[in-house]
Design a binder for this molecule. Structure first.
Ligand code: PEP
Length: 255
């Protein structure tokens, strides 16, 4: 089996104007060599996608969106569709981020529809799952993840999911400065991989990239990425500064 190429993805959330996004991309591209051992993706806000795509031309950095609606067009004020994202230059899309679940009523069922839309338009989905602090304390981590994965991937077969990227993001570690230890993260990633194997077969489980997200920084990236079932990172706060993000992308050189 070919080794899984790590993906380091930056989720800019609701940060950066068009000018700031373009500036950050130029700055990042200058710091990253053309050939990299990892895949790199940044997800600016929707307003900056098209100019970001322009700035990313001739770089090895891919462009992602932070959400996608399940219909292609229609009376859905405020939503963004697959054709809009691909025409703006996106190749990836983040789906089911805990902030969408927490503040915007995202459910496993809507996540499933959004995943379907992403695949329909050839976008690589980064499908986020994770438990809250209360769920972890109540020892429900594995059952919560099982449910999120089962419902999010409902009615998909392994063949549909070859491009899928899964992201484990413990909610208690997002934007809090609290990182899961590399052992805690590895334990969950191994569980997620075994879950995928049980539900969808060994081939997909072995090729599936599972990213870790939750206060990843230059100082902890190498240790986390050194774990056997961690295949990259989804980075929030530390992706906003080009120098800091580039240090995470180049984690294997600082190890
Ligand atoms: C995220 O929002 O996906 C995330 C991991 O945020 P942070 O890195 O800031 O914890």
């Amino acid at each position: 089996m070919a080794a899984r190429k790590p993906l380091i993805a930056g989720n800019w959330k609701m940060h950066k104007t068009v000018a700031e996004a373009v500036d950050a991309i130029r700055n990042l591209a200058e710091r990253i060599p053309g050939e990299s051992k990892v895949e790199i993706m940044v997800a600016p806000p929707f307003t900056a996608l098209a100019p970001a795509a322009e700035a990313l031309k001739h770089t090895a950095i891919a462009l992602g969106a932070q959400n996608i609606f399940w219909e292609d067009e229609g009376p859905y004020t405020g939503e963004i569709s697959g054709p809009m994202l691909t025409s703006a230059g996106c190749s990836h899309v983040i789906i089911g981020h805990s902030e969408r679940r927490q503040y915007f009523g995202e459910t496993d069922e809507t996540v499933n529809k959004r995943l379907r839309a992403a695949f329909r338009h050839g976008l690589i989905p980064v499908f986020c799952v994770g438990e809250t602090e209360g769920e972890r304390e109540a020892e429900k981590t594995f059952s919560v993840l099982d449910k999120q994965v089962a419902n999010g991937l409902k009615d998909f077969v392994a063949d549909d999911l070859k491009q899928l990227v899964l992201a484990y993001e413990p909610v208690w570690a997002i934007g809090t400065g609290k990182t899961a230890t590399s052992e805690q993260a590895q334990e969950v990633h191994a569980f997620l991989r075994s879950l995928i194997e049980k539900k969808l077969g060994r081939g997909l489980a072995e090729s599936l990239r599972i990213l870790y997200g939750g206060s990843v920084k230059p100082g902890n990236a190498a240790e986390l990425m050194g774990m056997p079932d961690l295949d990259g990172a989804l980075v929030g706060g530390a992706s906003l500064d080009a120098k800091t993000f580039s240090e995470i992308v180049l984690y294997d050189r600082s190890a």
